[in-house]
Ligand binder design. Structure first.
Ligand SMILES: N[C@@H](CCC(=O)N[C@@H](CS)C(=O)NCC(=O)O)C(=O)O
Ligand SMILES: [Fe+2]
Length: 377
């Protein structure tokens, strides 16, 4: 079985999806924000349930979609402990295993490109991030990089894997897709047959231009891709729980699942489920709720399909109560519904509940936990 390899041409980044063929549980390595729609479509196409998003390091050249995938696919975020990615739910240490179905991925600390960088071994494959590239390696001139550390990571950690191990890098700038440990050991121009001193001299002489997006990308990646600048508002709205006080100014209010259900049953409100079809299929749905997926990706200012579907589903004299997985997207959707002239309420903690939410919301546990009606497909 091969990993699914996906390419982002703008940053020459490879993203990988691995899954258990029986349970269909999946992980994604180094997802790119601008490709989130493609990645969700890939998960749908293969019938996968995304359990984990995993970073090899805090990237300097593109922004991760980990935060978006956590919200839109219900994944948990994992990142190397030494990378300062404070929002990651799991901080990985050397040797840690990430399980998906019967499969697992083993984390190897491979510092050098950055001090926290990790590679991941799965069966006879290794995902090397920017530690080892095809006939190259990650640069070591910024972000706590160290050529000496990289030399040890490559020669002692990665080259200790069996020669037949397939190498899947985070980037290739010349269209190559994969290599092997044996091939890199024998022929990698920067490191094969070189002493540490020779390697350090090569790295010191590279003189590469700074990545174009480094000033924007690194801070965003330290918070799983959730940006707080003006341009990043869409992503932030989709992925960051906001204090209810601030949010209350932009929509009619927050309601408990029980109150939303009562309004819906008495005919005062229309219940709109803003989760994606894939989420409903995996986790369960509410019979008779109106499904209108809330999609807001980086660079997408408007979503006319959402607006149109919402306006035709909700009569002007009724409230709309909006539900998502954990009560985050539904806030963004309630704000949009308010802009469209509707009296819009956010259902606290959504369908599944949000164990990470602040104390104000922490008690509720979501629609399902309240014993309100729902069904599995
Ligand atoms: N031109 C690219 C920068 C490419 C770059 O510096 N890539 C890093 C990885 S984030 C690297 O280590 N490159 C190694 C190399 O080019 O040899 C950009 O502006 O984003
Ligand atoms: Fe990098």
């Amino acid at each position: 079985m091969q990993p699914i390899q996906l390419f982002d041409a703008a940053s020459s980044t490879y993203t990988y999806v691995l899954f258990d063929e029986n349970t269909r549980e999946a992980v994604i390595i180094d997802p790119v924000d601008e490709q989130v729609e493609r990645d969700l479509a890939t998960l749908r196409q293969y019938g996968l349930k995304l359990l984990w998003t995993i970073e090899t390091h805090a990237h300097a050249d593109h922004i991760t979609s980990a935060g978006l995938l956590a919200e839109h696919a219900g994944a948990r975020t994992a990142a190397p402990a030494g990378c300062g990615i404070t929002t990651a739910a799991v901080q990985l240490e050397h040797g840690d295993l990430i399980h998906f179905g019967q499969e697992s991925l083993r984390a190897l600390h491979t510092p050098g490109h950055t001090a926290g960088s990790m590679s991941y071994v799965w069966r006879d494959h290794v995902f090397t991030g920017d530690t080892l590239l095809i006939n190259g390696c990650g640069r070591t001139d910024f972000q706590s990089g160290s050529a000496a550390a990289l030399y040890h990571s490559i020669t002692e950690v990665l080259f200790a894997l069996p020669d037949a191990t397939t190498v899947w890098p985070a980037h290739d700038y010349q269209g190559r897709t994969h290599s092997s440990i044996g091939a890199e050991k024998a022929g990698n121009a920067r490191i094969a047959g070189k002493t540490e001193a020779e390697f350090v001299a090569i790295m010191d002489a590279l003189n590469l231009p700074r990545p174009k997006r480094i000033d924007e990308a690194v801070p965003a990646n330290l918070t799983s891709g959730i940006r707080h600048d003006a341009e990043g508002q869409a992503a932030a709205a989709a992925a960051t729980p906001e204090p209810a006080v601030k949010a209350a100014q932009a929509y009619a209010g927050d309601v408990s699942p029980q109150l939303a259900y009562d309004w819906w049953q008495s005919g005062d409100a229309v219940l709109v489920d803003v989760r994606t079809d894939a989420e409903r299929e995996w986790v369960g749905f509410i019979p008779d709720a109106v499904p209108i997926a809330w999609k807001q990706w980086p660079g997408m200012a408007m979503n006319p399909q959402f607006d149109q579907a919402l306006l035709s589903a909700v009569p002007k004299d009724k409230k709309v109560v909006l539900l998502c997985r954990s009560g985050v997207r539904s806030i963004a959707a309630a704000k949009r519904a308010t802009e469209l002239g509707l009296q819009a309420y956010n259902i606290l903690e959504g369908f599944e509940g949000n164990p990470d939410s602040d104390a104000h919301r922490g008690q509720l546990g979501g629609w399902r936990k309240h014993g309100l009606p729902w069904r599995q497909n």
